[in-house]
Design a protein around this ligand. Structure first.
Ligand code: ATP
Ligand code: MG
Length: 394
């Protein structure tokens, strides 16, 4: 009897014709995080199995992979004979501490004439006969025993870990996340990764108005997201000149609107170069002046590619709860200035007008400035494991 990790797919099973594409990707993603482990993977349309000598460590790595609905520690009994299975199950249960249990059976081997309910009853009766002081409790059992009768073997499992759900990263192509050091954008990134989008990230810095600490904070956030994304290319754009030109030449109520139009333009160009099909950001309707509907429209119209805002309709408190869950919150609230906060006008326009944006933008040589910023941009490869290269930075 082999002890393995059993993976259930959840939403992936609803994919019909292209399920193999999703499963191959899931397998590749699992192989990637297990590349230093002694582990092998095989799968069919319903289940994936990881064979390994170190179940605990592998389980720990696998639980952060999207596309997995449930992970079970599973025993494969190489027999389809009921009596052999009963005997093995009782041996397995003998060492366990529990007083109530329930059996749930599945038959993928349709040659078995007995119904699943009867199979469960029979197994339950056998267990009661062979292990003393146990009771069946169908509502709240201490131990839920799952048995799957398959064509060549039988699976038994009773320990499960909930998976993260979602789609395997990369199945939906790539997106570019506008990552600031704030609370919202890392959460937005996490949600996009969960839907199978592999992300790259872009960060606008304005040294010396923004500090190295602010940048390190973004690097730390990228590293937290990289746990789910394998690794993240972080594009760092020096935004100082653009921001200063805007500040010097453009009426202050339009500072943020124009600044964000520039960020969008640059992001769209980087996205195009990196084959990212969408932009992702942490905007949320009504949160600040630049996130009124009119503002979003005035900003959005400088780019053609879709802009996905996973948090558009979330309350800030719900976003904070998510940020705590994914462990980005404590980093996000570190008090380092971001480029937006430094150049915030007293009275930002709430209903910016497109014609005015266009008129004001003529006051600065923005195409040239964008060209230079992109030409000089820096790319950092952030992995969850890059030898703690940045550990001392915060
Ligand atoms: P967050 O929204 O992440 O908490 P924030 O509140 O500082 O950060 P907003 O002013 O709400 O940012 O900006 C909305 C979105 O624009 C951010 O969620 C982020 O996606 C993007 N953004 C803002 N500033 C930057 C930046 N310096 N670099 C990259 N993206 C940025
Ligand atoms: Mg925000």
């Amino acid at each position: 009897m082999e002890k393995v990790i059993l993976i259930k797919y959840g939403e992936l099973s609803t994919k019909k014709d292209n399920i193999n594409f999703f499963l191959t990707k899931l397998k590749d993603n699992i192989s990637y995080v297990l590349k230093d482990e002694d582990a092998s993977i095989d799968y069919d349309l319903g289940r994936m199995f990881i064979h390994t000598s170190n179940i605990d460590r592998v389980l720990n790595k696998v639980k952060n992979i999207f596309g997995i609905h449930e992970i079970n520690i599973c025993y494969i009994i190489e027999s389809i004979s009921f009596s052999e299975v009963e005997e093995e199950v009782v041996n397995l249960l003998k060492g366990k501490e529990f007083s109530t249990f329930k059996v749930e059976s599945k038959r993928s081997n349709k040659k078995i004439n007995t119904t699943s309910v009867e199979l469960s009853k029979n197994m339950g009766a056998y267990i009661l006969k062979n292990i003393p002081n146990l009771k069946v409790d169908v509502n709240k059992p201490e131990l839920l025993l799952n048995i799957e009768y398959r064509i060549n073997n039988t699976l038994v499992y009773f320990e499960k870990v909930k998976g993260l759900g979602g789609y395997p990263v990369g199945t939906l192509g790539k997106g570019l996340l506008m990552l600031s050091g704030g609370i919202d954008s890392p959460v937005a990134g996490y949600m996009a990764i969960k839907r199978g989008v592999k992300i790259e990230a872009i960060y606008f810095e304005s040294p010396p108005h923004t500090s190295q600490e602010a940048k390190n904070k973004v690097i730390s956030l990228a590293r937290k997201l990289a746990i789910y994304n394998q690794e993240i290319n972080l594009h760092v754009i020096n935004f100082t000149k653009i921001q200063e030109e805007i500040y010097k030449n453009i009426p202050h109520e339009y500072l943020i609107t124009i600044m964000r139009r520039m960020m969008y333009r640059i992001s769209a160009i980087i996205a195009g170069r990196r084959n990212c099909k969408i932009l992702i950001n942490g905007e949320s309707i009504g949160q600040v002046a630049s996130q009124t509907l009119t503002s979003m429209r005035a900003i959005n119209e400088v780019v053609k590619l879709p802009v996905i805002r996973p948090l558009a309709c979330f309350d800030k408190l719900d976003i904070i709860t998510l940020a705590k869950q994914i462990d980005t919150y404590e980093t996000s609230i570190l008090p380092f200035e971001d480029c937006c906060t430094i150049f915030v006008p007293k009275h930002p326009v709430i209903n910016p007008v497109r014609e005015k944006c266009e008129e004001y933008e003529k006051l600065i040589p923005y195409e040239e400035l964008i060209y230079t910023a992109i030409k000089n941009h820096e790319v950092l490869k952030i992995g969850p494991k890059e030898e703690n290269a940045y550990e001392d930075l915060l």
